[in-house]
Design a protein around this ligand. Structure first.
Ligand SMILES: C[S@@+](CC[C@H](N)C(=O)[O-])C[C@H]1O[C@@H](n2cnc3c(N)ncnc32)[C@H](O)[C@@H]1O
Length: 309
């Protein structure tokens, strides 16, 4: 669908000043349809991928052709693939070797022989981003990333996990069998680790460069975890300026109505919560937080068409 920049309102997020608010519908087509034929079939194994149309829109709006785009927690490599398809150079960092392999497979699947020229994927910790980037440190135009958060422990191995054991190495809904993965951290430990990563992002960007994060507020035991507010607060703490907020709508717009794209798992969780008496409902959006190194004005680029190749 056509990409129309919309900034009619402002929003206030925890600890932040009012900033422009936009709404992007990015799920007119299902996630599976957006990936079909463009991503390696093994892509389904990663449990927390960004919608390709969202990654594509962020890259198109917030970077120019030829720019250097980085995702320090690259997962299946969605940001990298979409950035390369839009003529940007892309570098990713990922902690888990199997997702590094997957990101490389995805890049090769869609870019063919251009993949080596346009996309680099490093195995490593995002906190070491500056060292991993080498000569590119301080030259990055856009960092586009979705941080891991509050991974659910797969049902298969929950008992073992609760006893202090490891996760079973079978494929679960987790990113990782490694307790050190940020997706398993909570509370202060999570905040400290993410603050370190946002500080590394700050150093990696060029002056005026943008950090664009994608987060989803979750509910746990009836309470909302305001990950959007927390992310802005952590980024501001290390020097970023909060420029804009986008609501990425995970619902199709059909004849004036919103049709949610809840997964079977989300539907089940919501039914269970309601059965417990919790006033649960589906969250049908993600928050996109746009932050800058320094205090530049927000200039968006004329977005290229967001349709799949
Ligand atoms: C939400 S997923 C990112 C998904 C990605 N945007 C995509 O579309 O595929 C977060 C990723 O961060 C990775 N991760 C967790 N801790 C990390 C760390 N310290 N450094 C780098 N990557 C990490 C996880 O393994 C996971 O793949």
């Amino acid at each position: 669908m056509a990409t129309t920049p919309t900034t009619p309102q402002t929003t206030r997020i925890r600890h932040g000043a009012s900033v422009p608010l936009a709404i992007w519908p990015v799920a007119q087509r299902t996630a599976q349809y957006q990936r079909a034929g463009r991503y390696h079939p093994d892509c389904r194994d990663h449990p927390g991928k960004m919608l390709p149309e969202l990654a594509r829109r962020i890259v198109a709006e917030y970077s120019a052709p030829g720019a250097l785009v980085v995702d320090p927690m690259a997962g299946a490599g969605t940001t990298l693939v979409e950035a390369a398809l839009l003529g940007r150079r892309a570098i990713g960092v990922e902690l888990e070797p199997r997702w590094v392999d997957l990101a490389e497979s995805n890049a090769a699947f869609v870019l063919g022989t251009d993949a080596d020229r346009l996309v680099e994927v490093h195995h490593g910790n995002a906190a070491g981003l500056v060292d991993l980037l080498g000569a590119d440190a301080g030259r990055v135009d856009l960092i586009c990333t979705s941080p891991p958060y509050a991974c659910d422990v797969g049902n298969v191995d929950k008992a073992n996990w609760d006893r202090g054991g490891g996760l079973c190495p079978s494929r679960t809904r987790n990113y990782s069998v490694d307790r050190g993965n940020l997706g398993h951290l909570r509370g202060d430990t999570y905040e400290a680790a993410m603050a370190e990563i946002y500080a590394a992002c700050y150093d990696a960007l060029c002056p005026g460069g943008l950090l664009v994060t994608v987060t989803k507020n979750t509910r746990r035991k009836g309470r909302t975890l305001d990950l959007a507010g927390l992310t802005v607060a952590l980024a501001q703490r290390v020097g970023f300026t909060y420029l804009a907020h986008v609501i990425a709508l995970h619902a199709a717009v059909r004849d004036g109505d919103l049709v949610g794209r809840a997964s079977f798992w989300q539907l089940t969780q919501t039914r269970k919560a309601r059965a417990r008496g919790e006033p649960a409902h589906h969250v049908v959006h993600e928050d996109v937080e746009v932050l800058a190194k320094g205090t530049p004005q927000l200039t968006t680029h004329t977005p290229e068409v967001s349709d799949a190749r």
